[in-house]
Design a protein around this ligand. Structure first.
Ligand SMILES: [Zn+2]
Length: 285
């Protein structure tokens, strides 16, 4: 079944009088949602004990949880020490998501820094291969890493690059951030056909099974010459993209992704809007 929810706690969570992560599952249920993404963007700082308490609360309410790995990850890095740190950040995220009772850790693949893009991409693919060897050797096969499409043009992670990364191993899923794709292509996602081209390329590239179970980030995003500038809310009328044409396609293709709203402060409200739009089209099919 397709699932919708917010990435991080938002203004409505605080306004409802909540503050702690163990209260998130109640908030998700009260708002008619299904899932939540917990950010380790600034580092994996949580004890096993706390994480397991949070996990228990999510299990009791049957709310799904995924995590976002630290932003410092760079699989295209050249220094061995930094590459080791990248591996450790992602493994730590995978440990924590298991304590939470989840299976998915989203990561930003990396950036070329000063090297040529294709050269950096080859380095990144070699590093991800090595990472996945360790992944299987150390018993992580009950979990998934989700490689995210990136919003800034100078970051690795356009759609074709994500397809290459996802094809490295069975336990890598695509995390398609449609706001990012729209930002790095200066607003190319407008019609249902625009989204269809993306989904068809993805299905061609990584196969139907991985697309059916993919991870999705969605928000409207302001962009400029370099791509992404900042996340907006669904109130934006200028930059987009609009979710409805995608909702129609997700329903038509019978895809079952985890869809997370990354709106700026209105994640739970916009996630519910997406869920309603999806079921409007699902029920009409
Ligand atoms: Zn991300």
């Amino acid at each position: 079944m397709i699932k919708f929810g917010p990435s991080g706690t938002d203004e409505a969570f605080a306004a409802a009088g909540y503050s702690h992560t163990v209260e998130v599952p109640s908030f998700i249920k009260e708002n008619g949602l299904d899932i939540f993404e917990y950010s380790f963007g600034r580092g994996v700082r949580i004890t096993k004990e706390t994480a397991e308490k949070i996990g228990q609360a999510f299990r009791e309410k049957e709310v799904g949880i995924s995590v976002h790995a630290p932003y410092y990850i760079n699989f295209a890095g050249e220094e061995p020490q930094k590459l080791r740190a990248t591996f450790d950040y992602l493994f730590a995220s995978l440990d924590a998501v298991k304590w939470f009772g989840g299976t998915r850790a989203v990561f930003h693949p990396g950036s070329p820094l000063k090297s040529e893009r294709r050269e950096a991409m080859e380095r990144l693919l070699r590093a991800i291969n090595l990472f996945m060897e360790e992944f299987y050797l150390n018993g992580y096969e009950d979990r998934f890493v989700c490689a995210e499409t990136m919003g800034k043009i100078n970051q690795l992670g356009d759609l074709d690059e994500i397809i290459e990364i996802v094809n490295v191993a069975e336990n890598i899923l695509p995390c398609v951030d449609f706001g990012h794709l729209n930002a790095r292509t200066y607003g190319s996602l407008k019609s249902k056909n625009d989204y269809k081209r993306v989904l068809d390329a993805l299905i061609d590239g990584v196969g139907e099974k991985k697309v059916k179970n993919m991870h999705v980030h969605f928000s409207k995003i302001e962009y400029g010459k370099g791509g992404e500038i900042r996340h907006l809310t669904f109130a934006d009328q200028i930059y987009g993209p609009e979710f409805e044409p995608l909702a129609e396609l997700l329903a038509e293709y019978r895809l079952e992704p985890w869809v997370l709203s990354e709106s700026a402060g209105t994640q739970s409200i916009d996630a519910k809007t997406m869920k309603n739009l999806y079921f409007k089209h699902y029920d009409n099919k």
